[in-house]
Design a protein around this ligand. Sequence first.
Ligand SMILES: [Zn+2]
Ligand SMILES: [Zn+2]
Ligand SMILES: [Zn+2]
Length: 503
Amino acid sequence: MGIAGLWSLLEPVIEEVYLKECCGKRIAVDLSEWIVQCKSIPVNSQSGFESNTSFFVNRGLFFRALNLSKLGIILVFVMDGPQAPSRKGRYNRHLFVEICQQHKALFRAMGFLVLEANGEAEKLCAELNLNNLVDGVLSSDGDAIVYGAPVVYKGMFTDKKEQKASKFTMGNIVSKLQMDRNDLVTFALLSKGDISDGVHSVGEKRIHELLKELKNNGVKDSLERLKSWPFNAELISLEDQSHRLNEIQKSTHCTLCCHEGTKSKHSRAGCLMCQMDQGCLSSKEASDMKPALCVCQSCCIERNLNPYALELKIRRLALQQDANFPSEEIIREFLSPCNKLPESSSVRMSTPDFQALYKILLEKLRFPKVQAAKYIIPWTIMMAFNGILTGVAVEPVRILKSCTEQFEKCYRVKWSKLDFDDVSEETDNYYEVNMSSSLFAAKYPDLVKGFEKDKGKPSQKGKRKPVNDPYQRKLSDMFKVVKRSEGKNESVAKPTDMSRKPP
Ligand SMILES: [Zn+2]
Ligand SMILES: [Zn+2]
Ligand SMILES: [Zn+2]
């Protein structure tokens, strides 16, 4: 569920990005978040399969990973570790870790790096990002931002046709919202989330207003301020004044000028504070003339309290709920690094293990082998084409034809068989895979030039010139054979034709 209200707080800094712009980027994913999301994929009753949760989750995870990596995105999966704080709304922690382990096999076989965090997966995702081991974190609940991830993507699957995502950067949060990471931790401590209970009856708007109030009062570090709440002398003194204010009986004040006295009395005999013998200044007039402020005890205290009104109110609620607010443990969880990080060179795609992958696709995801190949081969070719499969070279042989796929102009391209493909049939020495024509043309302009030139030539059918090339001659010989056989058919057909003719 994430941190309530965080996304609406960050709405002003959303950037829309096309997924294809993420080609070549390494993006960390909290695996348990994906499992939770895929579990809610509706079961298709037409499919003929029993509603087996693990089966649907597996398929959901497979297609997500397949589609994103096809675009050249290098996914790095992170699993929750045994010390992850228990999340509300999720499952039994041990059971969940077990489910994650089952799905790990699929992703490992696909060649993805799967890491195990010490605790919360999103925390490791953020640490990877902070240490430049990945270029961003894919997160739907935003915890990664509070954990310090400089770049967070959200909703990479919501719009399949447009293929867009929302991007949030810490840089924009700092420059456009004037908020830093400690402000986000402050927000997370006050708002209800997976890790923090928040402060009851304090909504996101008031937390946002509090952050502004703290800035207006010159507070440099909102989190340090929050940590000082139980013993902050200034706040305790203000709280005492607030109590005193409740005990004092405030005298009657004029509704027009807000000084002591009544409006009718002021209109008759004037107001000393407004320096008028008759009548007094309305608050609008007063703002231009700047008369003296009311010096009664109540007004003095009110003026002291006003700039801190929200802080005092929320502090009171927080300390009522927990005398030790804010929790040191939660702050440590958000701010202190705790994971052992992988070597930079290991954060990449590995060559898929076709044997293992086909086994899982056939047994666990129940695809027939032909269908499994229809997913795996184009996916592998696309990843290699996009340059994210290090050490795997793909060789286009030639363009077979132009076509369209999902409204996009494509070429049907013949590719040499991958040298590590030990699963495809022995007889298949080539693959035929569609490729976006613009992408293909950018990488193989000569093949495209050749194809377009040939396409422009008039059809050669029926204009066969005699050639000396022995191979060509063999073809024309075959052509003759066909002709002869056609002739034979004709002669067989003749009697029938003849019979139709009138005698
Ligand atoms: Zn007055
Ligand atoms: Zn007055
Ligand atoms: Zn007063």
